[in-house]
Structure formats: structure tokens, C-alpha cells
Design a protein around this ligand. Structure first.
Ligand code: ZN
Length: 425
């Protein structure tokens, strides 16, 4: 870690001299040529390719003999696969693992400063694990700290991935948590409450005004007298939120696990559905028809089941995991676009690759799983990332081995570049 820090400080001092921004705009700088054993370009594996980077973007990619290295700084990466920096589609950088501290106690007992201090470590560990972009889906009681952390990364103050922020997230009144306090107490919630025409429209606009890149709604939650999750927002409310966000060109993500919550979200025209644990073939078909991507968060269930006592590998899979396997398979069979996203924060930041490994274990081909964390993610998030080709942002990582043959290669990250700046080598 000390070694990474030294590199980072050197890089940071260079970026600071350029005006303190992590972005580079230097046509005067020599290009860098990266020479790995092979390149996963976001679509397929290309043996013997090299990549030239200049000014924060990919300048050329192709067979090594075709890449002009004249005047370039050459970085040899023998034995590695160079690939786009991975995307974490569903993170909570302001949460830490629930087996360390339950969610309720993090929200109710950990102060903002403490949570932000932890989050700086989370961001660094995420970047060093090869994840160069995170879509953070709610600060869970930590206000607008995701926007502030995003600024700290962008200004080169702390190392971290690109952050897409969604600020406080939006819940229907009475549906969220923490719960269980004296009923006459007004307990602050882990997300912002809003309902109906006036307050929902105002809250969506207010969060966009505070820097939200995405709007996150909770379409269902564990509430009401019956056990389990039940829908919260009506279809009309979701449509209002989507219409309001989309008019500012801000996409919408909806947490929903129930078929009815998923149905309302798809019909409302949201951009992604988070979790989708109880999805049905009918609801997945609806998602395809309405171009809604699924962020399956397999790793979250895998983690919480183990926190609840499941001894993975020794005991049979609990019912929740069996159902998740089955519905994930239904989503794949229906042709739903899958955005890799793990709900990291529930488990340790920097172990984000767990999601991609689980997608493969649950039956997704390795190349499709890699695409879901690279090129497909770039499309779903509308960013110039996830593909190794000229003009894309130079977010590149190198892993030891070949992740198409063995997905666990994603854990052996040897090199990380973001925006043309080397953070790990
Ligand atoms: Zn989440």
C-alpha cells in the first residue's frame, strides 16, 4: 500500500501542477504505449495487441506491429490481459460491511465525518482493485457526501474511481429505515422521503440540483404488517419521477425485488432495476420491451446469507440464493441487458469482482460477464468507457492471466490507469 501511495503522491503532484485537476489535456506530453500479452477490448480477446494512450484518451489499439511507439513511454505488461477499467454498477461508498456494523447502526450512530473518512479508503481500494468507475446508489443517511467525494477524486485530492452520484435516494414516506424507535420520535431516515405530485417532483429536482448524476428510487421495501417486501410508489408516482429526471437528462435506477415493483418500474420507463430477486419471465420480458437493464447484485445476497449463518461450501444453498440463481437465469434467457453491480458496501470495498465471479458461477458465459462490467456498462451509463478503441477514455487495467479462461484473474490486478494517469504498476 505504501508503494501505491508513493505512486499516487507522485501522480498527484504532477496533476496538481496542472491546476489540480485529475483531467489531462496535454497534447504536448509524450504518448504511452502499453504492451500486454493480450487485450480484452470490451467485446472479445485480441492476442498480441498493444494500446497507445495520449492526453487521457486511447489514441490507437491494434496488433502490436501496427502501433507506432516512436517517442512514446513504453510499459511492458508481460503475461497480462489489458482490458477496460471495470465498472461497479451499484456501490455504496459510504457503507461498510454489515458483519462489521449493521446498517441501522451505521446510519444511526456513525457521524458524517467518520463515514467520509472511511469512504476515502473505500474509493482507493476500489480503484486499486481495477474498478475505474462506480455508480453510487445512495449515501444511506450521509447527505450529499457522494457528490463531495466525487469532487475530491476529480480534483486529485484523493485517489478513486470516477463516481456517478445519486445523493440521498428517494423513498416513499413510512417505507424505509431505521425503524424500531419510540413512535413519538422523528428518526432521520437513510433516504429522502417524498410522495405524490408536488413533493416527488420537487425532491427529484432538488437532488439533481445537489449534483445527482442518477436518481435512485426505492420501488418496494420491507414495510407494512405482512413480512417481506411490498411495493411503495404507485405507477403514476414513478412516471412523474422518471419524466422529471429525464427532462434534465438524468437517468433513473429503481431498487425493486417484487414482480409488481419491477412491473411498475419497467412501465414507468426507468433505466435500470436493482436486485430483481423475485423477477418472473413475464416481468423480464417487459424489461426487454422497455429497454430496462438489470443490476442483479448477486454478491449482496451471497454476503448477507453468510452473515445470517450460511456456511458456504459446507451447507446447501439457502432458499434465497436458490431463487436468485433461478431468476438470474430467467433474466439471461429473456435477453435482459445485465449491468454488473454488486451492492458493495454490504461487503468489503475492493472485492467488487465477487459479482462478476458469481455471474459466471450462476451460468453467465465469462465473456458476457466481462462485457457487463465493461462495454455494456459503458452503454447503460452513457459514458465513453468500457471499450478499448481510439477516442475512448484511457481507463485501462491489466490483470495477470486470462479472465475468459479463469474469471478469478480479475482478482490479480497488476496495473491501473484512469484518464491516462497510472495509479498502480
Ligand atoms: Zn444498494
Amino acid at each position: 500500500m505504501r508503494f501505491y501511495l508513493a505512486i499516487f503522491l507522485a501522480v498527484a503532484s504532477v496533476t496538481a501542477q496542472r491546476g489540480g485537476r485529475g483531467n489531462r489535456d496535454s497534447a504536448d506530453e509524450p504518448p504511452t504505449v502499453l504492451k500486454p500479452a493480450r487485450v480484452f477490448d470490451g467485446e472479445s480477446m485480441q492476442e498480441g495487441w498493444a494500446v497507445r494512450v495520449r492526453g487521457g484518451r486511447i489514441d490507437a489499439a491494434g496488433p502490436a506491429a501496427s502501433i507506432d511507439a516512436t517517442g512514446a513511454k513504453v510499459i511492458e505488461l508481460p503475461g497480462t490481459t489489458l482490458m477496460p477499467g471495470m465498472v461497479e454498477g451499484h456501490s455504496h461508498i459510504l457503507l461498510h460491511p454489515y458483519n462489521e456494523t449493521p446498517w441501522n447502526d451505521q446510519v444511526a450512530h456513525e457521524s458524517l465525518g467518520l463515514r467520509v473518512a472511511r469512504a476515502t479508503n473505500h474509493l482507493r481500494n476500489t480503484l486499486m482493485a481495477g474498478f475505474t468507475t462506480v455508480r453510487d446508489l445512495g449515501t444511506e443517511g450521509a447527505g450529499y457526501a457522494d457528490v463531495e467525494l466525487k469532487q475530491a477524486v476529480a480534483q486529485g485530492i484523493i485517489p478513486g474511481p470516477r463516481v456517478l452520484a445519486s445523493t440521498r435516494a428517494i423513498v416513499a414516506t413510512g417505507s424505509y429505515a431505521p425503524k424500531g424507535f419510540a413512535l413519538e420520535w422523528h428518526v432521520p431516515q437513510g433516504a429522502e422521503e417524498a410522495d405524490g405530485v408536488d413533493s416527488l417532483i420537487r425532491t427529484v429536482r432538488d437532488q439533481i440540483g445537489h449534483g445527482a448524476d442518477w436518481i435512485k428510487l426505492y420501488g418496494d421495501y420491507r414495510w407494512g404488517p405482512a413480512p417481506g417486501a411490498h411495493p411503495t410508489f404507485s405507477l403514476e408516482e414513478m412516471k412523474l419521477a422518471v419524466e422529471t429526471a429525464h427532462s434534465a437528462n438524468v437517468p433513473v435506477a429503481v431498487h425493486t425485488a417484487t414482480p409488481e415493483g419491477m412491473r411498475r418500474a419497467a412501465l414507468a420507463g426507468v433505466d435500470t432495476i436493482e436486485h430483481g430477486d423475485q423477477g418472473t419471465p413475464e416481468v423480464f420480458k417487459l424489461m426487454v420491451e422497455h429497454h430496462v437493464a438489470l443490476c442483479p447484485t448477486l454478491a449482496a445476497g451471497d454476503a448477507t446469507s453468510q452473515y445470517a449463518g450460511w456456511r458456504k461450501g459446507e451447507q446447501p444453498e439457502p432458499q434465497g440464493i436458490q431463487r436468485k440463481r433461478a431468476t438470474f437465469k430467467q433474466a439471461l434467457d429473456a435477453g435482459v441487458t445485465i449491468l454488473s453491480g454488486s451492492d458493495v458496501g454490504v461487503f468489503t470495498h475492493g472485492e467488487n469482482a465477487r459479482e462478476i465471479e458469481l455471474m459466471v458461477q450462476y451460468g453467465m458465459p465469462a465473456v458476457a460477464a466481462l462485457k457487463s462490467a465493461t462495454s455494456v456498462a459503458g452503454q447503460v451509463l452513457h459514458m465513453d468507457i468500457g471499450v478499448v478503441k481510439q477516442g475512448m477514455l484511457a481507463d485501462l487495467i491489466a490483470v495477470e492471466g486470462n479472465p475468459v479462461q479463469d474469471i478469478s484473474a480479475l482478482r490479480k490486478v497488476k496495473f491501473v490507469m484512469k484518464n491516462g494517469v497510472v495509479y498502480k504498476q
